[in-house]
Design a protein around this ligand. Structure first.
Ligand SMILES: NC(=O)c1ccc[n+]([C@@H]2O[C@H](COP(=O)([O-])OP(=O)(O)OC[C@H]3O[C@@H](n4cnc5c(N)ncnc54)[C@H](O)[C@@H]3O)[C@@H](O)[C@H]2O)c1
Length: 334
């Protein structure tokens, strides 16, 4: 698979390097970024061409499939262009920056009648979450009753904006808890309280978000964007017959000079490196026809957008909000 990359920032560059050097069955042939020097540097490093626009990448004859790693508010535009060209894409999360744009992308894919989008919810490929889901499915601890999530960032990489904390960051927990439990949300409430020291006036951080699923499982998310000390993601499942605690991905505990400790990554790449690589391999294997569709679908991205919109409403209105689950289009039934 010859891949074109749109957006050569943090994650776009990591995906491009992974596709060129780690993943089997793929090469990177074209790159575009509005910051031309970034695209040129990545292209030169990987033996690809730097092209003058996103459309040029999408239409280029040397591009079979596209990675979209542009900022959130461009996802819909770039995804719609790929859909129009009939090219499969790995679209970074979230599906779009608004629910309306998410709906437009899903409608366009449904109108084409074929699934071309894999959404970048990479936690579905993280060994920790995969093991957690398998443990839950084995039935050993019984039925899940509560899922506790913790998501802390050292700093807000795109600036602290409370709506973005939900739509861009907590969206990971919204998706992964829905995937772990295999059910949708019916209700959400969001609390905020004393702000952390790096929180500008008018913004709220941390947030405590609570969803209830259609069967009644409670899902809590502590979302703390400006935690200073590092990047940390944790997940525990409280079930009827036991508890499952996911390892945080630390492999080594260092004991020395009277103390014991572990290094904490500064950013997500440090915690989820293996998940990103496995996600890219699964995407390439899927579009080569070696496996079925992999990872999160447009429907998953749409349901995450529906759930995040309800959470933002709940925060703004200061009260719990019910969530209506729309009908799932047939192309997403498998
Ligand atoms: N799955 C994950 O865990 C994960 C992690 C990080 C980022 N992301 C997502 O990936 C996307 C990019 O995030 P990032 O951290 O790499 O941001 P970034 O700011 O490092 O990179 C974004 C890049 O897009 C470029 N860009 C801006 N306008 C463009 C345009 N019109 N066409 C093409 N490129 C354009 C910018 O110049 C920049 O290089 C975001 O949507 C983010 O939500 C996902």
């Amino acid at each position: 698979m010859r891949v074109g990359v749109i957006g050569a920032g943090n994650i776009g560059t990591a995906h491009a390097v992974s596709l060129a050097r780690e993943v089997s069955g793929s090469t990177v042939t074209a790159v575009f970024d509005v910051a031309g020097e970034r695209a040129q540097a990545v292209a030169a490093d990987l033996g690809a061409r730097s092209l003058p626009s996103a459309q040029a990448v999408i239409e280029d004859e040397s591009v079979d499939a596209v990675v979209i790693a542009s900022p959130d508010d461009l996802h819909a535009e770039h995804a719609l262009a790929c859909l129009a060209a009939g090219k499969p894409m790995m679209l970074e999360k979230p599906l779009a920056s608004t629910l309306e744009d998410a709906q437009r992308v899903m409608d366009a894919e449904v109108a084409r009648g074929e699934r071309l989008i894999m959404l970048g919810f990479m936690r579905r490929f993280d060994p920790g979450y995969v093991a957690l889901k398998a443990s839950l499915a084995s039935g050993d601890v019984g039925e899940a009753l509560v899922v506790h999530n913790i998501h802390r960032n050292a700093y807000a990489a795109y600036g602290l904006d409370t709506t973005l904390s939900i739509n861009n960051s907590a969206v990971h927990e919204v998706d992964i808890s829905r995937w772990l439990l295999d059910e949708d949300y019916a209700w959400v409430q969001v609390l905020s309280g004393k702000p952390g020291p790096d929180v500008p006036d008018g913004q709220q951080d941390p947030l405590l978000i609570t969803f209830r699923t259609t069967s009644g499982v409670m899902v809590t998310i502590e979302m703390f964007m400006t935690a200073r000390y590092g990047y940390e993601v944790r997940c525990s499942v409280v079930a009827g017959n036991g508890i499952l605690d996911m390892d945080d991905g630390t492999f080594v505990t260092r004991t020395s000079q009277g103390s014991r400790g572990q290094d904490i990554p500064e950013l997500w790449l440090g915690r989820f490196g293996e998940a990103y690589r496995a996600e890219m391999q699964a995407w390439i294997d899927g579009i080569r026809g070696l496996t079925g569709p992999a990872g999160a679908s447009t429907w998953d991205g749409f349901m995450a957008a529906v759930s995040c919109r309800a959470a933002v409403d709940a925060l703004n209105r200061g009260k719990a909000v019910e969530i209506d689950v729309p009908n799932r289009p047939a192309i997403y039934s498998t």
